[in-house]
Design a protein around this ligand. Structure first.
Ligand code: SF4
Ligand code: SF4
Length: 291
């Protein structure tokens, strides 16, 4: 990593919390940055950023059995011995194959070998909001911390090439290995939450994870006005932990309108949510400058 390169990762407890709206607005408001979409399971930031991809490559996952049909005598030994019912004399089920290699060993004519399967594609390119790295998994492919790490490496390469001091990362929701990969070594982790009971619970668990990694964190409360009592609970909880609240975004139908128009909220309109998002970015920029 460049010594003066700073990275902000924005995460949420679950999808649909306003995370991508936040990332897109921050990307539109911030200067001199690279955008990294590391929400590889639901990569939809590109729909708002409209990047023009200039480079791409395959991403391979675990190894699976691959058959040379010309050598296969259809003896059935592989089908008989596979404990995962992943292979027949006709085909290999790549999703069921665990890559144990037993079929490779029992095949009498060496018709089988293990090969990594392509599970997705990474992309880098340019957008009106700055260089961008992103990725797309193939349908049914399992999400992977390795793919998140690869997207982050591509974003760092872009930052280095273009001499840009900041990466804004759209992190995956939840607490899985992809979230961990998106948070590792980041300078600031921003948790976007909503004032629902599940939102409060999810946020508390994410802050625990972020604390575990010793990262600086802050919170944005989305739709803060839909439940004032829960919002007050969030404020108190954050206050007790000296956790900055970077913004409180009101419920605003123009957020959905901006998504439908495929534009960052702050570029689509100047309604109450967009204004609150601008204020949230100013506080975020101040905070990252002081880290
Ligand atoms: S064990 Fe080998 S030869 Fe026999 S069916 Fe399987 S792939 Fe074909
Ligand atoms: S590698 Fe293992 S799991 Fe995959 S088809 Fe062969 S025996 Fe089955």
């Amino acid at each position: 990593m460049m010594p003066d390169l700073k990275q902000i990762t924005i995460v949420s407890g679950k999808g649909g919390t306003g995370k991508t709206t936040t990332v897109a607005s921050f990307a539109a408001l911030g200067h001199d940055k690279v955008i990294a979409d590391c929400d590889v399971d639901a990569s939809n930031l590109y729909l708002l950023m409209h990047p023009e991809d200039t480079d791409s490559g395959e991403f391979t996952g675990a190894k699976v059995a691959v058959r040379d049909e010309d050598k296969c005598t259809r003896c059935g030994a592989c089908e008989e011995r596979c404990r995962f019912h992943a292979i027949t004399v006709d085909e290999v089920d790549e999703l069921a194959c665990e890559g144990c290699g037993l079929c490779v060993v029992v095949c009498p004519v060496n018709a089988l070998k293990l090969e990594p399967v392509v599970v997705g594609t990474w992309y880098t390119g340019t957008s009106a909001y700055g260089p961008m790295a992103h990725a797309r998994l193939l349908p049914a492919a399992e999400s992977s911390g390795r793919l998140v790490t690869l997207v982050r490496q591509k974003a760092e390469d872009l930052a280095y090439q273009h001499d840009l001091p900041l990466i804004i990362i759209d992190g995956p929701p939840g607490l899985g290995c992809t979230t961990t990969a998106a948070l590792t070594d980041t300078n600031l982790a921003v948790v976007v939450t909503e004032p629902s009971l599940s939102g409060i619970h999810d946020m508390e668990r994410q802050i625990q994870l972020i604390d575990h990694f010793g990262l600086t964190s802050a919170v944005i409360i989305n739709k803060f006005d839909i439940n004032q009592a829960n919002t007050q609970h969030l404020r108190t909880w954050c206050n007790m932990r000296s956790l900055p609240i970077l913004g409180e975004i009101p419920w605003d139908p123009q957020v959905t309108d901006a998504l439908a128009a495929k534009k960052p909220l702050v570029e689509h309109n100047d309604g109450p949510a967009a204004q609150a998002m601008r204020a949230a970015w100013e506080r975020t920029a101040e905070m990252i400058a002081g880290i």
